[in-house]
Design a protein around this ligand. Structure first.
Ligand SMILES: [Zn+2]
Length: 177
């Protein structure tokens, strides 16, 4: 079982046969059919996501899960050379700790405009309180190797998420200390 704070990127890929053993369906609004593996995260991340979404509901926001767990095989099918799509093994979605999120104001799309919505701003401000970081921030593209993704959150535990948000560090920078 990989750790909650594990670094996964093109130079730190997961094994092709790595499948988290504690995947569960996340009980949040999802733009994916019931039973779809996209709706799954590791148990602790799933519980944190449910608390984060409950908080957003209490503020009358409308967040939707778009994509959680993604298998190595599925990542092979998706790998089109797009700057948003990681090569197989290098996707955080294989950890079961990453979740793409969107909202109706941007038609549930994964686009930069999401950052300007009330939901996108909520995600940026509140995700760390529940153990998630915005994993691919603006201005850190050279360090993460990824384009800015205001919709992609990664569970790293509450203490690390707060530490990273207070210091402005990426997971890459944290692991190279
Ligand atoms: Zn993502």
């Amino acid at each position: 079982m990989s750790s909650y704070t594990q670094l996964v990127n093109t130079s730190h890929p997961l094994a092709p046969d790595y499948i988290p053993r504690d995947l569960v369906a996340v009980n949040i609004p999802f733009d994916a059919p019931l039973g779809c593996s996209k709706r799954m995260l590791r148990r602790q991340a799933a519980e944190a996501a449910e608390e984060l979404f409950d908080r957003s509901l209490s503020m009358n926001l409308s967040l939707f899960g778009i994509s959680g767990y993604r298998s190595y095989k599925r990542q092979i099918q998706l790998n089109t050379g797009s700057p948003y799509v990681a090569p197989p093994g290098a996707s955080e979605h294989q950890t079961g700790l990453a979740l793409d999120v969107s909202c109706p104001a941007v038609s549930l799309e994964l686009i930069e405009d999401f950052a300007n919505t009330a939901e996108g701003q909520f995600l940026r401000d509140y995700a760390p309180l529940y153990g998630f970081i915005l994993r691919y921030p603006k201005g850190k593209e050279k360090i993460t190797g990824y384009a800015w993704e205001p919709w992609h959150i990664r569970y790293v535990t509450k203490s690390l998420a707060l530490y990273l948000s207070l210091t402005g560090m990426t997971l890459e920078e944290y692991h190279s200390i």
